[in-house]
Ligand binder design. Structure first.
Ligand SMILES: CC(=O)SCCNC(=O)CCNC(=O)[C@H](O)C(C)(C)COP(=O)(O)OP(=O)(O)OC[C@H]1O[C@@H](n2cnc3c(N)ncnc32)[C@H](O)[C@@H]1OP(=O)(O)O
Length: 206
């Protein structure tokens, strides 16, 4: 199998490289139009106009920002892979879309569906019967309890907790440490325990 290419020479890219290595696969190179150095973690960094040479490789977009990941995924015409750290625990009864990464210590329980280009970060828990749409990010140590729906592009902050049966609207942000007891409207930013809306984001992602 050919080596993986990572789009985004970033901190997030460093962690994804480690995930790939944990599965005994290798990273071929990075792509990044904004990286001044042509080397990153000992690998070459190419610009996006050099992608054609690597069109047989599978890619991961290694950029943490959900909306930028969406924009780049629409521009690239490559095949995407999904990567799951060997120390993540993922039920056999889970669907995970291409481009999604699952980091070390994450636990994903039965009957969960996760879309494309999502991030399930270090030690995050996604409980049974949850549904996560594309471009969602579950940050480190967040707990998504049973039967929660998280719509496109939503970001759940580090160590946040979402109680069962809640719906998180598209492109919403749940602040670090928040405890979500009620549905969160699309584009809302909520913080605290219990979580409350502090503002709304621009609807730039539609
Ligand atoms: C591997 C990794 O690094 S993965 C990345 C994980 N990242 C995260 O978990 C970050 C999550 N982001 C946050 O928690 C951010 O603080 C956000 C998105 C909720 C808010 O950010 P901003 O829009 O910049 O809000 P801002 O910093 O201006 O704060 C607005 C108010 O909310 C409060 N606030 C902000 N975040 C939180 C929070 N997590 N919990 C409680 N209150 C908060 C601020 O104190 C401020 O209150 P004030 O108006 O009384 O002064």
């Amino acid at each position: 199998m050919s080596k993986l290419c990572l789009y985004g020479a970033s901190g997030h890219g460093k962690v994804i490289k480690d995930i790939v290595l944990s599965t005994n696969k290798e990273v071929q190179c990075f792509f990044d139009d904004y990286c001044i150095n042509k080397q990153f973690l000992g690998l070459s960094v190419f610009s996006s106009d050099e992608i054609k040479t690597f069109e047989k490789n599978e890619f991961i977009i290694s950029i943490g920002d959900n909306s930028i990941r969406k924009i780049i995924s629409k521009k690239l015409t490559v095949q995407f892979a999904k990567v799951i750290h060997k120390k993540a625990i993922v039920s056999k009864d889970v669907e995970i879309g291409k481009g999604t990464v699952v980091m070390a210590g994450a636990i994903i329980n039965a009957n969960v569906k996760i879309g494309k280009h999502c991030i399930i970060n270090t030690n995050a828990v996604v409980e049974h019967d949850c549904f996560l749409e594309d471009f969602v990010h579950i940050s480190p140590s967040a707990t998504i309890t049973g039967n929660v729906t998280i719509n496109e592009g939503a970001h759940i902050g580090a160590a946040a907790t979402i109680i069962p049966n809640i719906k998180i609207g598209k492109w919403a942000t749940v602040g670090a440490g928040a405890v979500v007891l009620k549905d969160v409207p699309e584009f809302a930013i909520v913080v605290g325990n219990p979580a409350r809306i502090i503002k709304y984001k621009e609807k730039e992602n539609e």
